[in-house]
Design a protein around this ligand. Structure first.
Ligand SMILES: [Ca+2]
Ligand SMILES: [Ca+2]
Length: 342
């Protein structure tokens, strides 16, 4: 059984309907590694990272979603950033060494749920993308499925066998933070992510031009077709892709745009504070707010995912941002790390 989610309100997921378990999309690349080699993380050096030199840039975008404004100049000190999203293989090594148990693998606290919450919500689990079939009414496309976690990314009967080089998913903010600490690193601030994602372009997109895929060339794993029911994998991947399948940007970094959304260290507020311009870190926990999540719960995620479609969500841009319940990983959120020393 799975349960359609209406809202990701922390600790009080609202539910709408029960539906048959959906099948995960098959991208046809389950055994393919798009980066020839994944360098193991070592906390004593910055292997598999590239240096982003200190810069001033215009953070935000006044021409898109209101939460991206106001556009304002910021300065960011140089930093190292992972060249790819953290993979299942890397996360497995972290878990093996530390015995870490992710949020999705822990028993939920009944006190955090309404009395009439379905029993499924009191079992460990996570949220899966479950698209409606063509012709079915489009109400929602997220389902809570017990037994779903990073080891079972497409539901309890799935596994990460042959998926070492896929981005780890179903990781909550604290899971990502724990990994980063183990690796001797940090999660990027929103400004660091946005600077790296802009690459050496200052336009709306992370590449030349003002289109998602000029001349049919896809720079990132996004969604083609009418979301959420029509999935035309013109970019070669109907679902998640292994890391590094799409060309690196000018800094040598893959998939900052697309594939999985990525956690940042910023608390969310639905606009920028232009005064927060010198190595900005965003609002405090007390200052943060999201209309969908309330206060002191949501963090900023960046970059968009394989579910971002032109007809629905133009968030495959460096300035795009969304609020995400910090306690909830999903099947389209992962992360990468940074190192703040030269
Ligand atoms: Ca795709
Ligand atoms: Ca990404």
């Amino acid at each position: 059984m799975n349960i359609k989610i209406v809202s990701f309100t922390s600790c009080a997921l609202l539910f709408l309907t029960q539906a048959a378990a959906a099948q995960p999309a098959d991208d046809g690349h389950s055994t393919h590694s798009c980066l020839a080699e994944i360098t193991e993380v070592d906390s004593t050096d910055n292997r598999a990272q590239v240096w982003i030199k200190s810069a001033e840039f215009i953070m935000g975008d006044n021409s898109a979603y209101p939460e991206e404004g106001p556009a304002h100049k910021v300065s960011v000190a140089g930093f190292w950033i992972d060249t790819h999203e953290v993979t299942n293989g890397q996360f497995a090594r972290f878990v093996e060494e530390t015995g870490y148990v992710t949020v999705a693998e822990r028993n939920p606290d009944p006190a955090n749920w309404p009395d009439d919450a379905p029993a499924e919500f009191l079992k460990p689990g996570s949220v899966l993308f479950t698209p409606p079939a063509l012709g079915e009414p489009v109400i929602n496309w997220w389902s809570w499925i017990a037994g779903t976690n990073w080891r079972h990314p497409d539901g309890p009967d799935s596994s990460i066998a042959l998926k070492d080089n896929y981005p780890v998913i179903h990781v909550a903010f604290e899971d990502a933070q724990a990994y980063a600490k183990w690796a001797g690193r940090l999660l990027p601030t929103e400004a660091q992510f946005e600077l790296a994602a802009h690459s050496k372009h200052d336009g709306r997109f992370a590449w030349n031009g003002n289109e998602l895929a000029s001349n049919g060339h896809h720079h990132a794993n996004t969604w083609q077709g009418t979301f959420p029911a029509e999935n035309k994998p013109q970019d070669g991947h109907a679902g998640l892709a292994p890391v590094g399948c799409f060309e690196a940007n000018d800094y040598g970094v893959h998939d900052l745009i697309g594939n999985v959304w990525e956690w940042t260290s910023n608390w969310y507020y639905p606009e920028h504070n232009p005064a927060d311009s010198d190595n900005p870190t965003g609002p405090s926990q007390q200052e943060s707010y999201s209309s969908n999540h309330g206060e002191a719960i949501a963090r900023v995620i960046k970059g968009g995912s394989y579910l971002c479609a032109e007809n629905f969500c133009l968030r495959f841009r460096p300035a795009a941002r969304e609020a995400q319940d910090s306690g909830l990983g999903t099947s389209h959120i992962g992360f990468r790390t940074v190192l703040n020393k030269s």
